[in-house]
Design a binder for this molecule. Structure first.
Ligand SMILES: Cc1cc2nc3c(=O)[nH]c(=O)nc-3n(C[C@H](O)[C@H](O)[C@H](O)COP(=O)(O)OP(=O)(O)OC[C@H]3O[C@@H](n4cnc5c(N)ncnc54)[C@H](O)[C@@H]3O)c2cc1C
Length: 470
């Protein structure tokens, strides 16, 4: 008997919902009906405009034309992230989506550079990255078509208008056969024996049945949490920021080909350049700064005229204990949230969709597959979490109570979680190697860059280890 899923219901029409709809329409539409429900009374989060390079492939896989996408979403190109004020001496550093130099005899380039720095060489890693040099000059070029040239050895991502990207994917998904239903869900009905979701009831009386439900309802996790009580793991003892203020402004300068992350007294500020405006915000810890202080700080540090009121968003850093529970799969904010310091949230939507497609269920909902998806996702999220903590810990800033707490938090974190950044740091500082990158985790080179920026790779031992080979 055919046990295939015949109807998928996606709840939520934010970035996550429409990314899921477009992907499922492409890969499973011929075997299942897809319906997306979104409320016209509950707004999307309205932020999430800086991405990392896998978005380029995501769009390509959907058959999206890049030029059409850029026009429709007012997108700009992004070569990486510029970190400002993170270092106590106020040095900037740039995280490019790229390598540095070339391997020589299978030894990574940075080892040679550190050895050279032992003598008279004052060059930095960034001097050997084409992407860093492009960004420094506010220029952008797409990687060269010939993969054997160093001019091809970098990747790029986009900044885009979150609302316009949602609209763009909506149109794409509806054209691909997704049914779009506007309505507000007031109740999620479970099967009395299995606890699986049977259907959702809308305020207008409609009942929408389904076999598989994708929860993209935002922070509250309408299905995965409010109905199924899957549980949330709170990571605010490691990541102190729990609030954000966001405001769009007119653009005053030509768009930089990078996101700016500017460390501030109790967190960090983002600047995202789009074609038609800029996105700005301040992510901060409410334990260390009041909303009024944060607002004043943001207002003082933005360029351009505000295009609306400053909006406040609060969040609990952490993750849903399982993104897949019974016949419900959570994506986006419904699955958890880590601050966008490395622009990883939309990428996490993408990688979760990839796992869903790889382990796409039938109506038997094989528990081993569900466990495996949860395991892989949790691993990925832990890697990102540790990478984010690394930024706060390695910044030796201690000029405010927030930054002092970041330094102290390190010890606690290490005690509680042996797989955390502290371990990464000790391994890296010893031999110039980054800890084993898992699939989808921040790459070794990215970690090397952050460690190097904060001068946490001990050159002496790297030098000693590799000297005979150079
Ligand atoms: C301050 C901040 C900055 C961020 N910056 C970045 C960034 O730079 N890069 C990045 O990758 N990510 C970033 N993110 C994350 C990013 O915004 C989200 O991952 C992304 O927008 C996905 O959101 P979502 O679709 O899960 O939720 P939402 O956008 O909140 O959408 C929820 C949807 O659910 C619907 N809904 C809710 N309840 C009901 C109901 N009862 N009935 C029917 N429909 C309902 C709503 O109408 C809405 O359509 C940021 C997040 C925050 C908070």
């Amino acid at each position: 008997m055919n046990n295939n899923i015949k109807k998928i219901v996606i709840v939520g029409g934010g970035t996550a919902g429409w990314m899921a709809a477009a992907s499922l329409a492409k890969y499973v539409n011929n075997s299942a009906e897809i319906c997306l429900i979104e409320s016209s009374d509950i707004a999307t989060v309205g932020v999430g405009e800086a991405t990392i390079p896998n978005i380029v492939q995501f769009n390509r896989n959907l058959g999206i034309d890049e030029t059409a996408f850029i026009k429709a979403t007012q997108a700009t190109f992004k070569l990486g992230i510029q970190f400002e004020n993170w270092h106590p001496q106020n040095k900037q550093f740039f995280h490019p989506f790229a390598d540095y130099g070339l391997k020589i005899d299978q030894v990574d380039f940075h080892h040679y550079l550190y050895r050279a720095q032992q003598t008279e060489c004052s060059s930095q890693l960034a001097d050997f990255s084409f992407a860093c040099q492009l960004a420094k000059q506010y220029k952008f070029a797409q990687p060269h078509a010939n993969p054997s040239t160093p001019l091809a050895d970098y990747a790029y991502a986009y900044h885009f208008d979150a609302g316009l990207y949602g609209q763009f994917l909506k149109k794409h998904s509806i054209n691909a056969g997704v049914n779009h239903l506007i309505g507000t869900i007031e109740q999620v009905n479970l099967h009395p024996d299995t606890g699986f979701i049977n259907n959702v009831a809308l305020t207008d009386g409609q009942i929408v049945e389904g076999e598989f439900f994708i929860d993209c309802s935002g922070f509250e996790g309408l299905l995965i949490e409010k109905a199924l009580h899957t549980g949330y793991e709170d990571w605010s003892h490691w990541l102190f920021c729990d609030s954000a203020l966001a405001v769009q402004t007119t653009r005053v300068n030509p768009p930089e080909p990078f996101t700016r992350s500017i460390a501030q007294s109790a967190g960090w500020q983002w600047h995202i350049p789009l074609q038609h405006r800029s996105g700005n915000g301040y992510i901060y810890s409410s334990r260390f700064e009041s909303d009024e202080q944060a607002k004043a700080l943001l207002q003082t540090n933005i360029n351009g005229e505000p295009l609306g009121e400053i909006r406040k968003i609060t969040f609990k850093p952490g993750r849903r204990k399982q993104i897949w529970h019974k016949n419900c799969f959570a994506l986006g904010l419904a699955s958890g949230f880590l601050e966008p310091l490395e622009s990883t949230s939309i990428s996490l939507v993408q990688t979760a969709i990839a796992k869903l497609l790889t382990f796409f269920p039938d109506c038997s909902f094989n528990q081993a597959d569900i466990n495996e998806v949860n395991r892989l996702h949790n691993l990925e999220l832990e890697n990102i979490r540790d990478f984010l903590i690394l930024h706060y810990k390695l910044s030796a800033r201690c000029d405010t109570p927030f930054w002092q707490a970041c330094q102290n938090m390190a010890q606690q974190s290490h005690c509680h979680n042996p797989h955390n950044y502290t371990r990464s740091r000790s391994r890296c500082s010893g031999v110039g190697r980054a800890p084993s990158p898992q699939s989808h985790s921040p790459s070794m080179l990215v970690r090397i860059q952050v460690l190097a920026a904060f001068e946490h790779i001990e050159r002496r031992r790297v030098y000693a280890l590799y000297l005979p080979r150079i």
